[in-house]
Ligand binder design. Structure first.
Ligand SMILES: [Zn+2]
Length: 390
């Protein structure tokens, strides 16, 4: 194992796109949706139960589309049923279709205003749709009706974010909502910054063959506020939890380093959308650095460690790098880049895109590698070694 690396990697690349901070959604092992208050439940007469049961059965098998169909059949028969409306909203939330999620959860709050669960999930839909103000209002209503630890935690987080953004201005383009403190970003750079983001967007859209459904919020914080909001490890410069959050020290020009951070984080959003969140970490970080334009061959120190056999197996890099600490994390990032660089140099980006498609279909990482490249992890590591020996 690697024990120590003298020089810290400069500007450690940031983490992969993390899931939105949602609670386990009903239909997961955690259980079913809590029913509405007694009076509303009596009015509904239990007629929705068979449709809800059918939907939950589908969810247990991981078939979200079929679950939505079951609920749609229910809504055709019982168009005003609040439980079906809320469950439909929750399914849209799972499918990451946040506008629809908001609409359906809101219907449930309108028909049963005293149902804490309806306000809870409306709040999560609003938060996911980048409407933090509305989410805070909904969660407060939910908590006024019944205590709920998940809602409490989400509310506190949202309030921290709102406080950190209290003095932020907002500027939008087709695919981005940029938020920043006025004195952080001089007026002449604001448009340029959005143009830079749009340029990255177009490149990723073209090369990865997918577009994003909703505008991506990009939020610039002072470094202090960044730490308070993200509670990220101190070596991270940016995080992407559905919103791209970047800590900066004032911006007087768009440096190439800053532009790299932008495309790195955007890549995570695209990979997330492309694979429905099923990309192993090494591939995600490798692709993000590939789009930054980094080369693994630029770091002779880390290349030497690989040659000496001081490696972290790629298999061990499928999950989060968060626990690795800064030293091993820099090894992990380098290996991720080296692996993707090897794959793209030998077979082109197109096959990496096919690999992402396999993952999207639910294939496990090593099986997907085998399907696209006829390589398992050992074969990939061997190929990588040979390419570095040249
Ligand atoms: Zn990253």
């Amino acid at each position: 194992m690697v024990e120590r690396i003298e020089k810290q990697q400069e500007a450690a690349p940031a983490g992969q796109r993390a899931p939105l901070p949602l609670p386990p959604l009903p239909g997961d092992a955690a259980g079913a949706l809590a029913p509405p208050p007694a009076a509303a439940a009596a009015a509904a007469n239990g007629a929705a139960a068979p449709f809800l049961a059918a939907a939950q059965q589908e969810i247990k098998q991981g078939r979200i589309e079929a679950a939505m169909q079951a609920v749609r059949r229910g809504l055709t028969a019982l168009p005003t049923d609040p439980q079906l409306a809320l469950y439909y909203g929750v399914l849209f939330l799972r499918a990451e279709k946040y506008q629809e999620a908001r609409e359906w959860c809101a219907r449930a709050t309108v028909s049963v205003p005293a149902w804490p669960q309806a306000w809870k999930y409306l709040g999560f839909a609003e938060y996911a749709a980048d409407r933090t103000d509305d989410a805070v209002r909904s969660w407060r209503k939910s908590l006024a009706l019944a205590p709920d630890a998940e809602v409490q935690k989400a509310l506190e987080r949202a309030e921290r974010e709102l406080a950190a953004e209290a003095n932020h201005e907002q500027l939008s383009s087709s695919h981005f909502t940029l938020r920043f403190e006025g004195r952080q970003v001089p007026p002449e750079f604001r448009r340029t910054l959005l143009e830079e983001l749009e340029r990255h967007y177009q490149r990723l859209e073209r090369e990865l063959g997918i577009s994003l459904r909703e505008p991506v919020p990009v939020i610039l914080y002072t470094e202090r506020a960044f730490q308070q909001v993200t509670q990220a490890p101190s070596w991270a410069a940016a995080v992407n939890d559905g919103r791209v959050r970047i800590g900066i020290q004032g911006l007087s020009a768009i440096s190439s380093e800053f532009s790299s951070t932008l495309i790195h984080e955007m890549t995570h959003s695209f990979v997330w959308a492309k694979t429905h969140g099923r990309c192993p970490r090494w591939l995600d970080e490798g692709v993000a650095q590939f789009f930054e334009g980094r080369s693994a061959k630029g770091d002779s120190r880390l290349m030497q460690l690989w040659r000496e056999g001081k490696r972290v197996p790629l298999k061990a890099l499928e999950g989060s790098f968060g626990e690795l600490g800064p030293v091993l994390a820099s090894v992990a990032y380098w290996q991720s880049l080296a692996a993707v660089q090897f794959l793209t140099e030998r077979w082109g980006l197109f096959d990496v895109v096919r690999l992402l498609d396999r993952l999207a279909a639910g294939t496990a990482p090593e099986a997907a590698l085998r399907a696209v490249y006829q390589l398992d992890y050992a074969g990939l590591e061997e190929g990588l070694s040979q390419s570095l020996a040249r």
